[in-house]
Design a protein around this ligand. Sequence first.
Ligand code: 13P
Length: 289
Amino acid sequence: MSNQEERPPAQTGEVKGRRRRPLVGVSFKMYFDLPRTQSYMDQSLEEVSNLLDRLVDPPQVFFVPDFVTLSTVRSKLDSRVASLPGGSACSSSSLLLGAQDTHHEDSGAFTGEVSPKVLRQVGCDLVEIGHAERRSMFGEDDSKVSLKAAAICRNSMIPLVCVGELTRSEDVGRVVDECWSQIGPVLESIPDDSELILAYEPVWAIGKQQPASPDYVVAVTTEIRRRCVQLHAKPDHLVRILYGGSAGPGIFEKLKQGVDGLFLGRFAHDPKALAETVKEVGRGLKPQD
Ligand SMILES: O=C(CO)COP(=O)(O)O
């Protein structure tokens, strides 16, 4: 598949079953060169596709490479799925492609920008917006994030919106208020029936040796979910919340009361660490394994 007409709208969760499917993703940020992206994808797909059928609750797994390698990664995802027997848990709805940003217009005189329409045409399922690095270094503010979220939905993809407070605080209400100032405008800008993925990434926990503490993450994400559902009346099954910020193997078990999965950076650079995390988010191996 190579163009938008041939691809059905991205629907990453199990919307019809009203179940929030677990989800694990990795952003390559700007860490990988082209050969590294290719070898990382080959090794990760080998690890993950061998694993998904053996898990209790196989998660969806998404990859977020740079713009230039989106088509390369798309081809690798498609050929891996095509090589597997029908009925495998490793299908086109379980291996997803994301972009790291988008412009909010579909076309026009915006030199250097990338259109959400083209992202869909090259086979993106989701688009990451509002990452802390883009907010702090590239002037991405809440109004731009909202426009981009609307553009992503308009082009049949899922917005993956990164939110998080700048500094750690014991006051969960204050932390959630800061996150809510980023989430509220997005919820206003997208259709009520659109899926949304929120990546809760406390800015102070990105790029560190340790993630935020489990109690902290669960308290914040539980309140974010409550506000989405009760304050905004967003259907519960349409919002998935991930944790990101120095996340890696060994932490999902402690966060699972609050989140549907993880969004990884450096600690997924080893494909075996990615596979280990996928295994944990997928509730481990089925008993016979
Ligand atoms: O920013 C992140 C994912 O978007 C997390 O990056 P690190 O896990 O490398 O801190």
